[in-house]
Design a binder for this molecule. Sequence first.
Ligand SMILES: NC(=O)c1ccc[n+]([C@@H]2O[C@H](COP(=O)([O-])OP(=O)(O)OC[C@H]3O[C@@H](n4cnc5c(N)ncnc54)[C@H](OP(=O)(O)O)[C@@H]3O)[C@@H](O)[C@H]2O)c1
Length: 263
Amino acid sequence: MPKLAIIGYGNMGKAIADGLLLSGNFTKTDIVFGTDDASNIKAVKSAKTVILAVKPDVIPVVINVIKDHLTTDHLIISVAARVKINNIKKILGENNRSGSSNSRNSKKHIPVVRVMPNICAALRQSMSCWAKSREVTGARVKVVKFILNSIGKEIEIKDEKQFGLITMLAGSGPAFYFYLAELFEKFAQQNGLKPQDAEKIIKQTFLGSAMLFDKSDISAEQLRKNVTSKKGTTEAAIKVFKKYKFDKIFLKGLKAGHKRASL
Ligand SMILES: NC(=O)c1ccc[n+]([C@@H]2O[C@H](COP(=O)([O-])OP(=O)(O)OC[C@H]3O[C@@H](n4cnc5c(N)ncnc54)[C@H](OP(=O)(O)O)[C@@H]3O)[C@@H](O)[C@H]2O)c1
């Protein structure tokens, strides 16, 4: 595996690094970090595979600093939400859509991959959805898959326009589970349960539910119905969710996020 540069060591950059190290496929000496202009340049000089894990508005800043040091042997992997492959190509100074190769064009065409991972990468449980520019073929696809499989599961998204939706499902997805967990915690504590007991109960309930959903071939809807006995306790709660249109509110939230992610 080629040496990796991770530019941006915040929540996502750290989660990716932790997952890669946990996989055993990478050691500390295989990864260099870029945290400012000087170390970003040093990182791309020593590693051909470069993961950009800075905020979307910092992507142009970073690329402008490193671009003179990039060659066609490099592979750029950006995890930034909302930043299209073509945007990266433009900042790199390449004008062709998706970086299509033109042998008569003297400009270098750097292979670019856009990934939407999630924070579960730290435990090798990310769902990483990715799209690629035309130069990413053969061995480079293998490199991308190897990296992403090291931090969880991966899926190639052929139509980059779906990234707004993917961002909601895979990138932001964990936050919605955590939001629900927060509400459970609040409810448990309001009703007198010790915080550490509430945390233990909620964590195992979420984990068990996720594992059951993962391992069974029953739909989420049917699994939910299996827990909801007629006139039972779950049904009493679900009736209230339905009365106050929880589903509509939730879908409205997802729609707003989807819109923001698609800008
Ligand atoms: N967080 C997630 O769950 C998640 C999920 C999917 C995708 N993403 C994407 O991942 C990217 C990073 O998100 P994040 O949540 O990890 O943000 P974050 O925690 O703010 O991390 C960004 C890091 O980049 C550093 N940085 C700023 N300017 C830099 C520069 N010029 N060179 C090198 N490093 C620089 C920041 O340092 P300072 O704090 O010192 O400025 C910070 O450590 C975003 O584009 C986001 O869309 C995040």
